[in-house]
Ligand binder design. Structure first.
Ligand SMILES: NC(=O)C1=CN([C@@H]2O[C@H](COP(=O)(O)OP(=O)(O)OC[C@H]3O[C@@H](n4cnc5c(N)ncnc54)[C@H](OP(=O)(O)O)[C@@H]3O)[C@@H](O)[C@H]2O)C=CC1
Ligand SMILES: O=C(O)C(=O)[C@@H](O)[C@H](O)C(=O)CO
Length: 284
């Protein structure tokens, strides 16, 4: 199938980010390094990690191994996330510095706040710290994850800085139409976590199965393509080289407007699969 895995989006700070990325949770240890290296050599250029994945060292090692196979660090966009326990300003700065040491990098391409943890009530501090890390050149682009419109409004009002991305749960059962509209209004790029619903996405539902059959592709590829056409950046994880390749092979076909609408029609307002309501979920 024809492909254009070099497709990118321009973020609101003028930098570019790949249209699809690789999720690294829970890849760890030697197997994890091998899987992440394979993802890079198979074509992924955006890598998603987090302090809480406890695999930043593995991601760094994979980046160095891929360099020996011809993919340089500068071709990659590496993003990591500050955990809830480090939202106090000084701790957030230390968290970024610690991520850089673990990754063995001088700069994070995208730094995110992992969850707002509203009961902690300090995500605005973490946001100011991230923005200051950007000023120091430790982070190229700043963003958030699992933020609602209200959380976004808080940090934008506080600093005047609009996040470049918001990484949220997004799959056909939970298409996040309202949040995506707010992102569009504010100039924030949506990233999709668990884009395949950790295999619980509706692979067998009619609109997905019919589109897969019509285009001669797998249901997972239909779901990822649907996300690309929504303008969201899916971050599928796979520890298996064949599925890593299949998940990247989504640029050689296009879903029709009807197919897009039918897949979006699978969405439910209570479609979260993992109980991760940002207003209540606490992840330290
Ligand atoms: N910001 C946040 O709060 C969160 C961020 N994330 C990020 O999002 C990434 C992806 O989400 P994740 O939760 O891993 O779930 P995904 O939706 O990416 O699903 C991963 C699962 O799907 C399987 N899979 C992968 N490709 C295919 C395929 N083509 N066909 C069938 N099965 C497939 C994988 O198995 P196998 O490995 O065997 O191929 C794995 O079991 C994470 O790795 C992480 O980086 C995730 C959750 C929360
Ligand atoms: O993977 C992530 O980014 C998370 O935020 C976690 O909630 C993850 O889904 C998990 O299960 C951690 O134990």
């Amino acid at each position: 199938m024809a492909s254009d895995i070099a497709q990118t989006h321009e973020l609101n700070d003028g930098t570019t980010i790949p249209a699809i990325g690789f999720g690294t949770y829970p890849l760890r240890g030697d197997e994890g390094v091998a899987a992440i290296t394979s993802a890079i050599t198979n074509g992924y250029r955006l890598l998603d990690t987090a302090v809480n994945y406890e695999n930043e060292a593995e991601v760094g090692e994979a980046i160095r191994r891929a360099a020996t196979e011809g993919v340089t660090r500068d071709e990659l966009v590496v993003q990591s996330k500050i955990p809830g326990r480090d939202h106090a300003y000084e701790k957030a700065v230390l968290s970024v510095e610690s991520s850089l040491r673990a990754l063995g990098l001088e700069r994070l391409d995208v730094g995110l706040i992992h969850w707002p943890n509203p009961s902690v009530g300090r995500f605005t501090e973490a946001w100011r710290a991230l923005v200051d890390c950007r000023e120091r050149g430790l982070v190229r682009s700043v963003g958030v994850s699992n933020f609602t419109p209200a959380h976004l409004a808080r940090i934008i009002d506080d600093t005047g800085v609009v996040p470049a991305v918001n990484q949220v749960e997004l799959h056909p059962l939970f298409p996040q139409a309202e949040l995506r509209a707010e992102h569009e209004r504010l100039g924030i790029r949506t990233e999709s976590w668990s884009p395949l619903g950790k295999r619980q996405a509706p692979f067998d539902a009619d609109p997905v199965a019919a589109a897969a059959s019509a285009h001669g592709v797998e249901p997972a590829q239909v779901i990822l393509r649907w996300q690309l056409q929504l303008g969201a950046i899916p971050l599928p994880k796979s520890g298996t080289a064949s599925r890593q390749k299949a998940n990247l092979d989504v640029f050689g076909f296009a879903l029709t407007d009807d197919e897009m609408a039918a897949i979006s029609g699978l969405g439910r307002s209570d479609g979260r699969l993992f109980g991760g309501d940002p207003d209540t979920h606490e992840e330290m």
